[in-house]
Design a protein around this ligand. Structure first.
Ligand SMILES: Nc1ncnc2c1ncn2[C@@H]1O[C@H](COP(=O)(O)OP(=O)(O)OP(=O)(O)O)[C@@H](O)[C@H]1O
Length: 323
């Protein structure tokens, strides 16, 4: 059982929102579609769902072209950014919706609803009005509703982006666990790389309508396919091979994340601190070394001040080899 996109191209009038996308998702696999705003992620997801019609290419399941299969016959579950729950139904009524559509009998329906509410951590919420739930709870209900009819593929469009940051991080972990426990095959759209890397078995990076790289999260993180992908994945500086060799001891074009250079009293690289900003668990610095500006990090306890001279060590976890 698997989804396959081949040469998929989608136009809005003269604009190609998606261009010649090839992508397969295996049974039980979670793939994240990651890219900046406007790159075509949602359009691609909507086309898989059957909500947009491709100008060229195919969406197929187990080798069968879905072109003539309408949205509700594809057997896919959908979750959008804002849940889109039915406000006049209670939690159980929302979760049971797809089961009722499929004429699942009452007892089996109740059993499945209880099972799903347990899975998403909302046992005891069956009779609650969905309008009285928090944003995070609403998204859990939306997920339970999508999973209830055993969809063969789950399509999630920015499922966590309407939530505040702390909740998003927690729910991303919960969602990763839920998808594994449910054995779901899923395509998740996100513009947040932390979220993509938390959720996915493979990440597909999209830019300007095309998929520019597909791979396991750690591989994509360490080896972005090109400079734009490296920058999108948090590399503030890109160094040519000679420069990289001198600074971090790697003879290749590399991208440096802020964490690549750390303040270390025993470090070999001298630098002057230009500015500092406090973050939750570290301090971000702007430093000057060899006439150039770089980002660096320092521990929260006793961080250096602007004007201080410090020494830095290289942390290779923050160094990405491009290409
Ligand atoms: N209904 C539409 N009609 C015309 N153009 C559209 C329509 N929907 C999207 N577009 C355009 O298609 C391109 C891709 O949009 P899409 O929403 O797929 O991107 P996205 O990566 O999901 O962005 P975001 O993260 O901001 O939602 C954009 O240039 C957008 O302006």
């Amino acid at each position: 059982m698997s989804l396959r996109l081949a040469g998929l191209t989608v136009h809005y009038g003269p604009v190609a929102a998606v261009s010649e996308v090839d992508l397969s998702i295996a049974d039980g696999e979670v793939v994240a579609l990651l890219g900046p705003s406007g790159c075509g992620k949602s359009t691609l997801l909507r086309t898989v769902a059957g909500l947009e019609r491709p100008a060229a290419g195919t969406v197929s399941w187990d080798g069968a072209d879905l072109a003539g299969t309408p949205v509700h016959r594809r057997g896919f579950g959908l979750v959008f950014q804002d849940g889109q729950l039915f406000p006049h139904r209670d939690v159980a009524g929302n979760v049971a919706f797809g089961l009722r559509m499929r004429r699942v009998d009452r007892r089996a329906r109740d059993r499945r609803v209880a099972e799903l509410l347990e899975l998403v951590g909302l046992s005891g919420y069956a009779d609650r009005r969905v309008t009285e739930l928090s944003g995070g709870e609403q998204q859990r209900v939306a997920l339970a509703r999508a999973l209830a009819p055993h969809p063969r593929l789950l399509l999630l469009d920015e499922p966590l982006s309407a939530l505040d940051r702390a909740l998003r991080e927690q729910l991303a972990l919960d969602l990763a666990r839920l998808l594994r426990e449910a054995g779901a095959t899923a395509l998740v759209v996100t513009h947040d790389h932390d979220e993509a890397f938390t959720l996915a078995d493979r990440v597909a990076v999209m830019r300007a309508g095309r998929i520019v790289q597909v791979g396991e999260p750690s591989r994509v993180w360490r080896h972005p396919a090109d400079v734009d992908t490296a920058r999108f994945l948090g590399c503030g500086r890109v160094l040519a091979p000679d420069e990289a060799d001198r600074l971090v001891g790697v003879h290749a074009r590399v991208g440096l994340r802020a964490t690549a250079l750390r303040v270390d009293p025993a470090g070999p690289i001298g630098a002057e601190v230009l500015a500092r900003v406090h973050r939750r668990d570290h301090v971000r610095l702007l430093v000057r070394l060899g006439g150039d500006d770089f980002e660096a990090v320092a521990p929260v306890a006793e961080p250096p001040s602007p004007g201080d001279h410090v020494t830095l060590a290289v942390d290779h976890d923050g160094v990405a080899v491009i290409g």
